[in-house]
Design a protein around this ligand. Sequence first.
Ligand code: M6R
Length: 356
Amino acid sequence: MLKEMYEQPKTVTDTLMPRIKDGDIVIDELNMSDEEIKAIRKIFIVACGSAYHTGVTAKYVIEGLARIPVEVDVASEFRYRNPILEEGTMVIVISQSGETADTLAALRESQKLGHKVLGIVNVVGSSIAREADNVMYTWAGPEIAVATTKAYSAQLIALYLLAMKFAKVRGKLDETTFQELLEDLKRLPAQIEMLLSNKERIQRFANRYVGAKDVFFIGRGIDYAISMEGSLKLKEISYIHSEAYPAGELKHGTISLIEEGSLIIALATQPKLYQKTISNMTEVRSRGAKVMAITFESNKLMEKAADYVIYIPETDPYFANSLAIIPLQLLAYYIAIGKGCDVDKPRNLAKSVTVE
Ligand code: M6R
């Protein structure tokens, strides 16, 4: 897992750079004309586990940049709920292995309903890659550790590229903003590298929480999507109970679980929502919780609002997941190692879930 985490700068480069040509985004595999892109009325994203979490992130990015409504569904739900796929709906399935039974079934269900499916897949020639109408490969290379890291990062890049492409073709992004976003994307590999090489701070923090019983991840918007993945990483390899909540939902029940010493990881990478998330952090701290915040270097508000702050370098807030997930992967990894867990093969889990 550690090896794959450290491959992320390369993975991101490999998924990104071949699709940037002469200052534009070129995704030949999409096989869609500009007219077809303009005709999209809705996007349905279907996946499982971490791939689903990239889909949740993509909802915010695609809706924000391209202004196309996006619905995200867990494949095991989608396949049995007689989904409504109206004309003009584009279906995207996301899968590292390309063999996940529920995702494959969702793909077939969509095709049965007369819709073309775009697969965002890592394993070349896998079932989903073969059956999807079009395939956009994430060039992450073989991923062996059960907990996905580099394939997750590659999926995010593929989805950002789609969002920007759609936004540009549909006239929602002016050229200057488009070029600024492209520059931000190109900076991500070096920024991920930097976060990976500054692991000591997160390692020290992890050592203090090896004995944690419950951890809560909170955030709003894209920060909620990051929270979901951070929480899954922690629970699947360290066996510590953890949950992710939209920060504003805490007071609707979950706050009753907060007590002296509870650990809260607060994601704060969306400037428009900083103050809202800070209010939620204040609420849990006043009940005795310790809060670790993850935020941009430029955000000095967290020094007072949190007990511990991990800074990530600046990028457009739409791309924050790609950076904020790195300390969360490291946190899960070092806590699991501290507990003596087999991080590469966690109990009860398989790399490809080929049965229901
Ligand atoms: O191969 P897939 O991307 O379709 O797999 C989906 C999930 O099973 C997978 O992301 C799972 O949640 C991982 N263990 C997460 O680390």
